[in-house]
Each structure stands twice: as structure tokens, then as C-alpha cells.
Ligand binder design. Structure first.
Ligand SMILES: [Zn+2]
Length: 114
């Protein structure tokens, strides 16, 4: 999957088309992502003792990755990505990276510490 947790994506289809948000969870098995503030539904929640208040809460549901485009961390453009192996990190080991098709730079992976 091209999109990982921590990425910023642009929604290109559905009711939230045009919105941007941060991926809070990636679900590679389903090819879906949960994007902050996107595909919100209202859920009526019963109070559970003193732990949880009842009421209406908003919850983000997963959307299909094909309905999103990754926003490049380098040029800020929504882009398709290429996969390559590049020497990365302190030890310069070849690691799979995502390359922006617009600017050709490596897109930062926020799930991995630099
Ligand atoms: Zn770029």
C-alpha cells in the first residue's frame, strides 16, 4: 500500500472530496485508511457507568486508498508514487522508499524515525 500512518492525503472521491487530512490508521489488509476529520459519522453512544459519557460522538470511518492521493512531503502536491530502494539512514542501507512522481524526491515516512 502506498499510504501509511502519519501521511497527509487528499481525498479525491466521495462526500469529503477535496479535504485533506492526516492518516491516523492504515488498514493494509483492507486497502483502507482512516483519515482525521474525513468520512465522519455520528454515533449515538450509551453512557457506560462513570467511565464514558453518553451522547453523540463523531467517528471517522475507513475510506478506500484509491479515493485518496498522497501529498508529497517535499513539494506539497498530491502525487502518485514510485517505489524504489535507496540508501537511507545512518548506515546507508538500501531501504524501500516512496518517490514523488511530481518532484522526484523521497517522500518522508513518519512511521519510521529518521
Ligand atoms: Zn513532490
Amino acid at each position: 500500500m502506498n499510504i501509511k500512518k502519519g501521511d497527509t492525503v487528499l481525498v479525491i472521491a466521495g462526500k469529503d472530496r477535496g479535504k485533506q487530512g492526516t492518516v491516523v490508521r492504515a488498514l493494509p489488509q483492507l486497502n483502507k485508511v482512516i483519515v482525521e476529520g474525513v468520512n465522519l459519522v455520528k454515533r449515538h453512544q450509551k453512557p457506560q457507568g462513570q467511565l464514558r459519557q453518553g451522547g453523540i460522538i463523531e467517528k471517522a470511518l475507513p475510506i478506500h486508498v484509491s479515493n485518496t492521493m498522497l501529498i508529497c512531503t517535499e513539494c506539497g502536491q498530491p502525487t502518485r508514487v514510485a517505489h524504489e530502494r535507496r540508501p537511507m539512514g545512518a548506515d546507508q542501507k538500501l531501504r524501500p522508499v516512496r518517490i514523488c512522481k511530481k518532484c522526484g524526491k523521497v517522500i518522508a515516512d513518519r512511521t519510521r524515525s529518521a
